[in-house]
Ligand binder design. Structure first.
Ligand code: UT7
Length: 374
């Protein structure tokens, strides 16, 4: 039997920090509301593109695995905030890494894109189609945010992380995965303006307007993540006591606490990043996984549960059995260019390019194109 062991991991967090106090300089909000309703204190704002974050994260993951980019066979780019649809973003990462032999595909299931991508790449390795893969979870939400809407603008942040999977004879990597979609609720989370569907109607390409029914998403998220977690554990014959670490999607601390309670998982087994990074959509789970490794919370042979949900409303719960190695084989010297602006200065520049009803197409393309020419 072939497995797809996770042999490398790396994150790339943009350095600029946007605090709750920063948000309250231009929104009718405050630190107390954000902290008590979401558990968030700060989030990151990227000065570079999602592809650039991904290249650094992937290079770090490859070095950690001791795998040359030239030997890589598959890149899966999990995101819903791609700079372009054609060419896809995975191809941009392939070019920048020099991974000339790698197939390159994007996966968009919103916040669950990393988990869907991890399951896809695992399946391709387990069926012998490829021998290794990089799976990326990345999001550059700041460029697509409606910064006039306090109901969503306080919740999200930018970030990226990647893992390397390699074929192995030893049982490790993803051992179970359940995936689904609560499509009847698809309109409870919709970003109007990413894609062409609204051009010429209420939104111009490049503008965004968020439909976001927070309380409805909250309830469905708790239900979907809890049920998926219980189902994947049952299918694999794993009890809650046998789960060593939970690395959940981090949209709201209260959602995570509810899921943990419902699924019988104590909070001291849960890896949390929501306070420092907010909701990074597809990047949330892999960034938390990398931080769990870097802080010694992943032990050799650990059983890790990773539940998630997002727009669609897609949901997933993935069970991973960790291998023997929890330390990197090597490091990469790839890093981001210096950031010369504060997070608030970058957000104010985006806001200045937005008209009262959304973002002007010219403003958005200047901001995005200025960040990446790959
Ligand atoms: O990963 C993507 C999926 N997204 C999610 O999982 C998000 C799920 N939903 C949530 O996390 C929560 O529903 C929110 C954090 C978005 C909102 O929390 P809530 O406790 O459900 O608040 P609410 O929407 O019911 O709003 C309560 C009050 C309202 O005022 P009134 O009508 O009671 O006077 C809102 O207008 O809070 C107000 N409010 C705010 N006040 C200060 C909403 N946003 C803010 C804000 N600052 N940023």
């Amino acid at each position: 039997m072939t497995y797809a062991a996770i042999t490398g991991w790396g994150a790339c967090m943009p350095p600029a920090v946007l605090t709750n106090a920063d948000l309250s300089t231009f929104l009718d909000t405050n630190d107390e509301w954000i902290r008590t309703r979401t558990g968030m204190r700060e989030r990151r704002v990227s000065h570079v593109s999602g592809m650039e974050l991904s290249v650094v994260a992937s290079a770090r993951a490859l070095a950690c695995a001791g795998l040359d980019a030239g030997d890589l066979e598959l890149i899966v780019y999990g995101s819903c905030s791609n700079e372009e649809a054609v060419p896809n973003s995975a191809s941009g990462v392939q070019a920048a890494l020099g991974a000339t032999r790698a197939a390159a595909m994007d996966v968009n299931t919103a916040c669950t894109s990393f988990l869907y991508g991890l399951t896809t790449a695992t399946s391709m390795i387990r069926t012998g189609i490829v021998k290794n893969a990089v799976v990326i979870g990345v999001e550059l939400i700041s460029k697509y945010m409606d910064w006039s809407d306090r109901g969503v603008a306080v919740l999200f942040g930018d970030g990226a992380a990647a893992v390397v999977l390699q074929a192995s004879d030893t049982e490790s990597g993803v051992i179970g995965s359940v995936l689904g979609c609560d499509a009847l609720a698809r309109k409870t989370l919709r970003v109007r303006g990413i894609g062409v569907g609204y051009s010429g109607r209420d939104i111009t390409i490049g503008d965004t307007k968020w439909d976001f029914d927070g309380p409805a998403i909250f309830k469905r998220a708790v239900h979907a993540m809890s049920e998926a977690s219980l189902r994947v554990m049952k299918e694999q014959g794993i009890t809650a006591e046998q789960v060593d670490l939970v690395v959940p999607h981090q949209a709201n601390l209260r959602i995570i606490e509810s899921v943990a309670k419902y699924a019988g998982l104590p909070m001291d087994k849960v890896m949390l990043t929501v306070e420092r990074y907010g909701n990074m959509s597809a990047a949330t789970v892999p960034v938390a996984l990398v931080e769990a490794l870097e802080t010694g919370r992943v032990k050799p042979g650990a059983t890790i549960l990773m539940p998630g949900f997002g727009g669609g409303l897609t949901w997933a719960a993935t069970l991973v059995k960790w291998g023997d190695r929890v330390t990197p084989l090597g490091t990469s010297d790839r890093s981001l260019p210096p950031c010369t602006q504060s997070a608030l200065e970058m957000i104010n520049a985006i806001r200045a390019a937005q008209d009262p009803h959304g973002r002007s197409a010219a403003g958005l393309s200047t901001l995005v194109a200025g960040a990446f020419d790959g």
